[in-house]
Design a protein around this ligand. Structure first.
Ligand SMILES: *Cc1c(COP(=O)(O)O)cnc(C)c1O
Length: 183
């Protein structure tokens, strides 16, 4: 089973992590969210008919919950159509993330969501404020969301970002955020 929350729509030309290296590696149960690259709401499980029937009839949190609003489903279908029609556009967030990790000598990004671990919570909050003042919206993630001592900036790249903005962000982190550039 894969939870492809960070893969669908952006990895493997948009087809998800089971296409990450170009080949297709079939996965029996593929689960993901429609709320990230798809830009909608809800989630999905792609599996055999019998597994889907089992979930539909036995998964308590699912069967006692109201179905998704049709408008939300239509928005996700429209997004999937766009991703399918333009794999280069879908690949762009990961390309920008890789340009960023190259600039900072971080391990090559595998998804468009790149953590820069600073460790100390106060330092991480201050770094996010500094970046916001410089025009970069970067979310700080701290315990208990992550283990103690691993507070981090979580940087999310999108197809709408310009390469010069990505390089500018890397430069601010390298020059003004203590601890940036070290994995
Ligand atoms: C965001 C995320 C989810 C949850 O997605 P929602 O649609 O917001 O509930 C599940 N798994 C992983 C790995 C995620 O990153």
């Amino acid at each position: 089973m894969t939870d492809d929350a960070h893969g669908i729509g952006v990895v493997g030309g948009g087809r998800g992590s089971s296409f990450a290296d170009g080949d297709h590696h079939p996965v029996d149960l593929q689960m993901g969210t429609l709320s990230k690259a798809i830009g909608g709401y809800g989630g999905y499980l792609a599996a055999s008919h019998s597994v889907c029937e089992l979930i539909r009839t036995r998964c308590r949190t699912f069967i006692y919950s109201t179905g998704l609003p049709p408008g939300a489903v239509a928005a996700s279908i429209a997004a999937l159509d766009l991703i399918e029609a333009d794999p280069e556009f879908a690949a762009r967030p990961l390309e920008l993330a890789r340009a960023f990790t190259r600039e900072l000598n971080l391990p090559a990004a595998e998804s468009p969501i790149v953590p820069v671990v600073l460790g100390d919570t106060a330092k991480t909050m201050a770094a996010a404020e500094l970046l916001e003042a410089e025009g970069y919206l970067v979310v700080p993630i701290r315990p208990p969301t992550v283990p103690d001592g691993t507070a981090r900036l979580r940087i999310t790249f999108s197809a709408a970002h310009r390469r010069e903005d990505v390089l500018g962000l890397a430069q601010v982190i390298r020059e003004r955020v203590n601890g940036g550039g070290t994995p």
